[in-house]
Write a new protein. Structure first.
Length: 513
């Protein structure tokens, strides 16, 4: 990880530009303008990267490289206007990361440095196997590659190479042709026969490079060919290129396999997701039904309160007259008749609610006026007790072919939400207006509307604008499922100057049947 950088450059302008650009990469940058300042800085601090100019006022920057203990830990990028091929090769032999020539576009040169830093920061340590009987070559390659964050393993013969391939995972193989126990071509063939090694890039190193040899090597499975003695910079570029190719090829094959799996199993995956959504929907509908049970009991209680009070009064009259011995046959008959009337009313109320909550899986011919009237009947006493004025405007009505009970559930939910908002905000002269035109319906209140930050979320499951424990957050979500999925309609909400307004549009009859 590159965190701390030392810039050694005698030009203050260039040094300051480099510091400014590298600081943008969240790097801690220190500056030295002379060889003496550089040596002093290196004696006091440890740096992860050195940007080095070769010509300094009091000496040669290249002198520092020989004194740095480990170029694997302290990495060096040469940034200079001095072109010298022999020195360039020598510095690469020491293990510098790059030799960049300053040109007129300094920012481009700095951008190259940033690329190197980025590569070293995010790059995983790729594993390279060098198969060469020359210990000098192996050491030379390690010196070049290890500062670049590569892990280099060596094998001096074919047997050792095959053993290491079995034990480790490699991203690149560098192969010499002349091995003590086997020719490189034979080893190349053996490697390519193994399925697990078939995609590993192989670069062949050889002292001879006739067209026939190169062609033979490439046809037998090598990816590239480098002639000894190699040019360090060319060698590094090819290593980086093939490592990058291996990673991109691996990622491409992985994505291809994923796509092939998806394509092969697409129908099954889609069916599984549909089934999951169905199960989730069933669960939420059940949850919503459970949440409505409390409201159902409340509505029944409103409907029963008056007849129960009347029955209680009638029983009290009978009791009073019995105690006074003044109960006559006519009075008894009249009171019994009244009690029977009230009991029938109670029974009728249960039948009305039972009919509504009875699941009906088949569509039927109905219209929005019938649906709204039934919903209002079930909520009549609750709305009257809260002194909420409800107005139903029917401009024009058309028949629809849909699930009547489910749509009654939607209207009740919207009316209950409007009622709760009016009570919660303590609105004077609370009003709910229902407008019906053909197959469209709107329910509006004068409770001030839904806050803007909530409007996009109100149809989400488990989202509620009510206080905790007062709402499940399923009501409007279930309404949306019923209207849009079950009944093929649309449900929307907007705020008017007075309050919230919900609109429902259902398909016309000829489109649904």
């Amino acid at each position: 990880m590159i965190k701390k950088v030392l810039v050694i450059e005698d030009s203050k302008i260039i040094n300051n530009i480099i510091k400014k650009e590298l600081s943008k990469q969240n790097l801690k940058v220190e500056q030295a303008f002379t060889l003496k300042e550089a040596i002093e800085a290196l004696s006091k601090h440890t740096f992860h990267l050195i940007i080095l100019d070769l010509h300094l006022p009091d000496g040669e920057g290249s002198e520092l490289i020989a004194n740095i203990q480990s170029l694997t830990k302290t990495k060096v990028v040469v940034l200079t206007s001095f072109e010298h091929d022999e020195l360039r090769e020598e510095l690469f032999n020491y293990g510098i990361l790059d030799y960049i020539i300053k040109d007129k576009n300094l920012l481009y040169s700095i951008n190259e440095i940033v690329k190197i830093i980025h590569s070293l920061t995010v790059h995983t340590q790729d594993h390279i196997l060098v198969i060469d009987d020359s210990k000098f070559i192996c050491k030379q390659i390690k010196t070049i590659l290890e500062p670049r964050n590569y892990k280099v393993d060596t094998a001096y013969n074919a047997k050792s190479a095959l053993e290491k391939l079995k034990k480790n995972s490699f991203q690149l193989i560098i192969l010499d042709m002349e091995l003590p126990d086997m020719h490189g071509l034979k080893l190349l063939e053996l490697i390519r026969k193994e399925k697990s090694y078939i995609d590993i890039p192989i670069i062949v190193l050889s002292g001879t490079a006739t067209p026939d040899i190169v062609r033979n090597v490439l046809k037998n499975g090598a990816n590239d060919y480098i002639k000894k003695p190699f040019v360090f910079e060319e060698f590094i570029l090819k290593i980086d290129l093939w490592i990058d190719y291996f990673e991109k090829d691996r990622q491409l094959k992985k994505k291809t396999q994923e796509l092939e799996f998806i394509n092969t199993n697409l129908e099954k995956l889609v069916e599984e997701e549909i089934q999951k959504n169905r199960e989730k929907e069933k669960f939420l509908l059940l949850h919503s039904r459970h949440a409505q049970m409390g409201e159902l009991i409340s509505m029944i209680a409103h409907q029963w309160r008056q007849p129960l009070n009347a029955i209680n009064t009638a029983v009290g009259v009978i009791d009073f007259k019995i105690k006074r011995n003044s109960l006559d046959e006519e009075t008894t008959s009249r009171i019994i008749h009244d009690i029977q009337h009230y009991v029938n009313h109670l029974s009728s109320t249960i039948d009305d609610f039972r009919e509504f909550f009875k699941p009906k899986k088949e569509k039927q011919l109905t219209n929005l006026e019938i649906i709204s009237t039934k919903a209002l009947f079930l909520l009549k006493h609750s709305l009257q007790d809260k002194h909420i004025e409800v107005t139903l405007h029917v401009k024009e009505v058309e028949e629809i072919y849909s699930y009547e009970n489910e749509l009654i559930q939607v209207i009740i939910n919207l009316l209950k939400n409007a009622q709760d908002a009016l009570i919660e905000k303590n609105i004077k002269n609370p009003k709910i207006i229902i407008d019906i035109k053909k197959t469209s319906l709107s329910i509006c209140d004068n409770a001030g509307g839904i806050p803007k930050e909530f409007q996009e979320k109100i149809f989400d499951p488990y989202f509620s604008t009510k206080e905790e424990k007062q709402g499940t957050g399923l009501g409007l979500y279930i309404c949306k499922i019923i209207v849009e999925k079950h009944c093929n309609g649309t449900i929307k909400q907007k705020n008017t100057k007075n309050g919230a307004c919900f609109s429902i549009t259902l398909p016309e009859l000829y489109k649904e049947i």
